[in-house]
Design a protein around this ligand. Structure first.
Ligand SMILES: [Zn+2]
Length: 262
């Protein structure tokens, strides 16, 4: 039976039987795998206290053509991220990164970009040098790029032309998740006529989202909350399931609605 060794992030842990654990892991080169860790809850097990969320692990597993689950042979911690479980906010953000990775990864398909993106977000949460809204917004924009669904932030999503402001004050652009992002006035009217929902977003929020594509770009905490708000709504529109970890943040009314002060 073939053996594999790879770096892995655990996406889900499910107790199995008396003392075993089933983990869903995203590996760096082999994509997503379901692995049974026999006896992982026994204190004498060599996997005991190894299979934690948020760490990067080095796993050695065996697959069998007759079994749905692979079997763990060896496991060790490659990168320990001990600061994340100590902070409830950091842990919630990490859980959101892992949930989104779980929703968007597919079995039997290498996803090195997704792995690097998720690992990078966990590293940032471990370092704690930037706010969780920034880490999440950056991860979610990166995820949209990996999925081939990056929102148009500067030019028109439909015609690639200039997408000038559409309000009298000149501070807001037309935006439609269904149409792929920012729209020029003509394409916004066309999208509306074809039944799509078209709203508007502050130019400042779109500009800050664009800047988050650079690794060290920063923004004000208040602005980052607004970036995260539209990015999570955009992501929610394009994913077939609504992430549980988005529910409480998105329970607030749209933070980019026209009447809110920008
Ligand atoms: Zn256009």
């Amino acid at each position: 039976m073939p053996n594999f060794t790879d770096r892995a992030l655990l996406l889900k842990r499910t107790p199995f039987g008396e003392s075993s654990l089933v983990v869903q892991a995203l590996t760096e080169r082999h994509g997503r795998v379901g692995i049974l860790a026999k006896g992982a809850y026994r204190s004498t097990s060599r996997f005991f206290a190894v299979l934690d969320l948020v760490d990067t692990l080095e796993l050695d597993w065996q697959s069998s053509p007759r079994a749905e689950l692979c079997t763990l042979r060896e496991g060790s911690i490659a990168v320990r991220r001990a600061a994340i479980p100590c902070s409830p906010r950091a842990f919630r953000a990490a859980a959101s990164v892992l949930e989104l990775t779980d929703i968007t990864s597919r079995a039997g398909q290498p996803e090195p970009e997704l792995f690097a993106l998720a690992e990078g977000a966990l590293d940032r949460l471990q370092r704690g040098t930037e706010g969780h809204d920034a880490v999440l917004a950056r991860f979610e924009l990166g995820l949209l790029r990996v999925l081939g669904l990056p929102p148009a932030l500067e030019s028109c999503a439909a015609c690639a032309g200039e997408a000038a402001p559409v309000d009298a004050a000149g501070t807001r652009a037309a935006f439609s998740a269904g149409a792929g992002g920012r729209l020029c006035r003509a394409c916004a009217e066309e999208a509306r006529a074809s039944g799509r929902r078209v709203g508007t977003l502050p130019l400042a929020v779109l500009a800050d989202a664009q800047r988050l594509g650079q690794p060290d770009a920063t923004s004000s905490p208040a602005r980052l909350v607004k970036v995260r708000d539209f990015v999570e709504r955009f992501l929610g529109y394009h994913l077939s399931v609504r992430p549980k970890s988005h529910a409480s943040f998105l329970a607030s009314p749209n933070r980019n609605a026209p009447e809110s002060a920008e």
